[in-house]
Design a binder for this molecule. Structure first.
Ligand code: XIL
Length: 332
């Protein structure tokens, strides 16, 4: 890895994190991670399909490795995630072959599964995971009530959110509890997330922080929109984090380069600078900023929404600093 360049963590006024799997803790990847970052989020290792693939059978091999690694290297840890509609095994939402429905008995069953899961996963890492993404992507701004019609919501209404936060708080009272979502920098989604967080906090649900995923691209969303979001939530007095930043080199769902033009990578660098100008200005409202990957050799955007070359991070496939790194680490 490059030795003559500053550590990102020394250049920003908040904790800076990266999403990782086991591979990012090994060899040069591990060196890059510990040099530049304060914190890690497991990209997949603590999702329900990884931790409780069958009811009551918990598998923590990669989670344990990552938490041990973080603890041993002085990195903070963001747990991700306890209740989500995706990467959740089918059994969670079924009784035998039957899908659970909104009856009192099914609702009680689903909430008890959730409670067991949260107690087991949060409890295992109590004191070693400082922040948990408790619920992920529960908002749908196109629904009249702003709530995604996931099995969680269809069967339990808002109660899965209440239960997940309550049990997480009971299990590890010191952990910061986050409601995490994407597109909260866009006006309609911003409003829907805001209304939900306001409602939950008014009820006493322990939502400590809002997570803005910030999956953006080289054009969208404008940094001014990101700033509006942070200012709006600041009015609620809630902590905020950027949880999954990456900057796609595409503005649509179909294009694909065989080689990404240098000018596009330069533009990506300017975008990073613009975004971090806002994040620095708003630092008093932000406890951490996480990028959704360590380097371009491992990014979910190489297969989402289609398979294509898409280098959205600060370091390239060879772990060398890109314009995106310089946009963040060397502000004018
Ligand atoms: C992604 C992972 O990075 C991929 O490896 C996996 O195949 C799919 O999920 N929003 C989230 C993350 O909250 O959990 C997702 O992570 C990316 C979008």
């Amino acid at each position: 890895i490059e030795s003559g360049i500053p550590a990102v963590k020394d250049k920003v006024p908040f904790d800076i994190g990266a999403a990782v799997a086991r591979a990012q803790t090994l060899g040069e990847h591990g060196e890059l991670l510990t040099k530049h970052f304060d914190s890690v989020t497991p990209g997949n290792a603590l999702k329900w399909d990884a931790t409780e693939p069958r009811e009551g059978e918990f598998t923590f091999a990669e989670g344990d490795h990552l938490v041990d690694y973080a603890t041993g290297h002085g990195l903070k840890f963001r747990g991700h995630t306890l209740a989500w509609h995706s990467q959740t095994p089918a059994w969670v939402f079924k009784d035998g072959d039957r899908d659970l429905t909104a009856t009192p008995a099914d609702k009680a069953l689903l909430l008890s599964r959730l409670e067991n899961h949260v107690r087991a996963v949060v409890g295992r890492y109590k004191g070693r995971i400082q922040t948990w993404d408790v619920v992920n992507e529960v908002v749908d701004e196109n629904q009249p009530d702003g709530m995604r019609r996931s099995p969680w919501f269809v069967v339990t209404g808002y109660d899965f959110i209440r239960t997940a936060f309550r049990v997480a708080r009971e299990t590890d009272p010191a952990a910061k509890l986050v409601l995490n979502d994407y597109n909260s920098e866009l006006p309609r989604k911003r409003k829907a997330v805001f209304d939900l967080v306001k409602k939950l906090r008014a009820e006493g649900v322990p939502v400590d922080a809002v997570g803005h995923q910030l999956h953006v691209n080289i054009e969208q969303a404008p940094a001014a929109e990101i700033e509006k979001t942070i200012e709006l939530f600041a009015g609620l007095g809630v902590d905020q984090q950027v949880t999954e930043l990456d900057v796609s080199v595409y503005t649509d769902f179909v294009s694909s380069y065989t080689t990404v033009p240098a000018g596009v990578l330069a533009l990506q660098g300017y975008r990073c600078k613009e975004i971090f100008d806002v994040l620095r200005r708003q630092a008093s409202h932000l406890s951490s900023v996480t990028v959704w990957g360590l380097a371009d050799d491992a990014t979910w955007l190489s297969s989402f929404p289609i398979t294509r070359l898409n280098p959205p991070l600060l370091f390239d496939d060879e772990l060398q600093a890109k314009p995106a790194y310089w946009g963040i680490a060397d502000p004018a």
